[in-house]
Design a protein around this ligand. Sequence first.
Ligand SMILES: Nc1ncnc2c1ncn2[C@@H]1O[C@H](COP(=O)(O)OP(=O)(O)OP(=O)(O)O)[C@@H](O)[C@H]1O
Length: 351
Amino acid sequence: MSTLQTEHVYKVFGRRPDDAVRALESGTGRDELRADGTTAAVIDASFDVKPGQIFVVMGLSGSGKSTLLRMLNGLLEPTSGRILFGGQDLTALSAREMRRVRSTKISMVFQHFALFPHRNVLENAGYGLAVQGVPRAERDRRAAEALALCGLEGWENSWPDELSGGMQQRVGLARALATDADLLLMDESFSALDPLIRRDMQDQLLELQKRFKKTIVFITHDLNEAMRIGDAVAVMRDGRIVQQGTAEDILTRPADDYVAAFVQDVDRSRVLTADAVMTSPARSDADGCDCPTVTADTPLADLCAVSARVPHAVDVTGTDGAVVGSVAQDRLVAFIGDEQRAPVRCTEVAA
Ligand SMILES: Nc1ncnc2c1ncn2[C@@H]1O[C@H](COP(=O)(O)OP(=O)(O)OP(=O)(O)O)[C@@H](O)[C@H]1O
């Protein structure tokens, strides 16, 4: 299992890109360069993604997400900076070596499924293995296993156009899992799906990730999706990562006005958990009562439902059942509401 690291990565399109990087390093603005016909698509991107982590890159159109992803899978060469995966410097590899790394260690899941219409579901799921030269029998076995994990057992002999959009994307996910690649790059993978199916896919990814602990970079422009699935989230603006941290960090401590405006509409009751709002030590006013409690990872929406039924602050318990903190109802309401909106009543959220 390998860590992905990027160190001061730049990508500049246009004439004299190296000069442009030096100019950016010494403080020249992106707009100044653009006046000269040069686009700084990614500027000084540094981050680490550990095995088992989902690192979400989020930003508006044109902020540099796809360019960053294309550098991670070796389709674009950085103008400057290094990309390391499992300690291996991908930016130092020859095109041939990079192709090998791409076919064995990296899997992509695209927005538009990218299934072959004239191959059945099993063949589509086994495509990455075919590229690796894995013999037919083993390929089919591993592809069938991956399909089953993605909830598509029994669909092996169907054609892609017989499947719904959500099912087609499951085939895409199965294809990525079948290869055993450690690094999964997901480019707006769920963006074309209906909201409910999209949520299902997010849940499925989180479930699979618990088991496989891949190193995942997930690109999205959807803030709620980022907050829901990201262990770490990077917000990009005009080529730069303007903030990276947990969803809670970004929601509760936005780095600047841009991030604050960006996160204004997120449904905090589903993103934040008891951990973010509890105070410790635990309250002292109800020793020994039998009221329901929550754990640190309980979403605020569920915490509100409990809070509405409890006449005092809700206790938060650790894995051993001991009380580690508590959440008073007024604190909960203060967190879920904000200056821009009327405070939400816990009972409304619970409903
Ligand atoms: N091959 C290229 N040549 C010149 N400019 C490019 C090239 N590829 C991307 N750009 C520019 O780089 C900037 C970042 O584009 P990029 O596609 O990475 O953003 P994005 O955040 O992925 O946007 P979207 O969500 O719309 O795909 C944009 O200004 C884009 O026009």
